[in-house]
Design a protein around this ligand. Sequence first.
Ligand code: AGP
Length: 608
Amino acid sequence: MCGIIGATSSRGVGKILVNGLKKMEYRGYDSAGLVLNQDEAVFQLRTLGKVSNLEELMTKERPKANSGIAHTRWATHGVPSETNAHPHGSNGNIYIVHNGIIENHDELRERLVNEGYEIQSQTDSELIAHLIHFNKEKGKTTLDALIETTKELDGAYSIAVIDTEEKGKIFAAKQKSPLLVGKGIEENFIASDPLAIAGLAESFYLLEDGDFAEITKDEIKIVGSNGEALSREETIIDTSVKEASKDGYKHFMEKEIYEQPQAITNAIEGRTADGEVLDNIFGLGSSEAFKGVKRIQFVACGTSLHAAKTARKWFEELCETPCYIDFASEYRYRNPLVEDDTLFVCISQSGETADTMAALNYAKDEKYLGIVTICNVPTSTMARESDWKIFTNAGPEIGVASTKAFTTQLAALLLLACSISKSKNLNKDKRADAINDLLNTPSLVKESFGLKRHIDEIVEKIADKKNALYLGRGVYFSIAQEGALKFKEITYIHAEAYPAGELKHGPLALVDEMTPVVALAPEDELVEKLLSNLEEVKSRGGTLYIFGNATSKIKIEKGKFMNMPKCGYYNAPIVYTIPLQILAYEVACSIGTDLDQPRNLAKSVTVE
Ligand code: AGP
């Protein structure tokens, strides 16, 4: 993944670049660097760790320059280190930053070594700098050398280049990784995300795959692979989102957990009236098109995939439509057989996840009825590339661990199930129940925050353990999976979710007095069966932490029963998510991990 930014201006750009990187740290935060260029002079800084380390060095060095490129990294090839941090240089005059993966790096490395290049880092990205240098040596201009270089690259990339022999210029290339050009006043920019240059660029050019750009402070030139001039639409993007602040909370994740009543309200608002979902909330023509939906194919990753798994039952019940769910990263490699009238649905908080985007691109060439995207970022590529979409309106989610993104995705999925059910004229009464439950969700979520005081009593008992099991049945297995994902990604304690009935087929062997077992026991048709499964845990000395309704008849000698608010059938999965988020958060706080930016992860995963 990684975030890249470049700026060329009549003023100094160092601060602009560092501020831009800070806004893109969600794309990676293991190392950062920049190259500044003034006339023939270059100034390069690279640091291990977060952008704040780079910023600290910058304030000591105070370099001045009118153009530069910068990068915040999430390591793919080569450990996080100063040497592997970008920008990478060749011959002291070509410098590049890269977001993406070069798949044929082994063969390129061998070729370049044979050509006499000394490769400093373990990265695939450094090779791009040497290739540009190599091609320029053959008498090409920098832009042509960049174009020539990309012909040899397999994989995904957005690249920005500085050539010290080309004063005040930045060159760029895009293929399957996001990149846009920002137009300012006497200054121009390139960036992975418009937010990085919010307040600086007045308008944007969204580059397409295969585009190249050459920018100076006064001119933006966009060309294709034959050097032919291309005209890309100049667009205005609303980047005026409120600067993210913790508003007195210790972490963004904590703030985002407690924002959920409002976030869910925003996800629903203006989309229902008089107990019915409104027409065309997924875009013009969607209600008419949904009449023909016979099957649904979902693709997503991580938390977003758990949202699809949770929602499947709603689609089967409200729309009488079978659903297929795939990991986005696996979907296109299984050569899926697409039946007629299948709707393709992508779920993504960021709308930029490379695996989901690749699945969407694959789906475009298949005979799907259409493509729907459920996402939180209106400016995202997925939103642009889909036939229909709905924004979850959760507001910026900064914590790497998704919280409000998940619950608002569930709200949007229930709206989608209701929309298809309405278009197909099915199950009006159930739909009314679903919408009623949806409207009650924010207050139930608020009520569930009261569980924190019970969770506080169990935190220390869990924080010193090495493994945890999460159990649920039916849709609550998907909620258990989401709880386990949350728990492991911020506490670094291994956690695994199982459908409770599956325990006896193997995982029961893991149960001992050192394994906390978290179980979801809502009052539903499977609760009696679940309770029998939990008895099996008790008899093996397991410690049970149960979230359920007081009517669930289980006596716990070891562990704790925590009573959930009385929920509706459709909103219970959303509400049961909340204590699992709080549990993960509080255990991580007690351990002291970096829980807004947990190790090895990034918020937006833009590599395959
Ligand atoms: C979970 O907490 C993570 N944030 C992660 O699993 C995330 O859901 C996944 O990477 C997909 O991201 P997306 O929703 O932006 O596509």
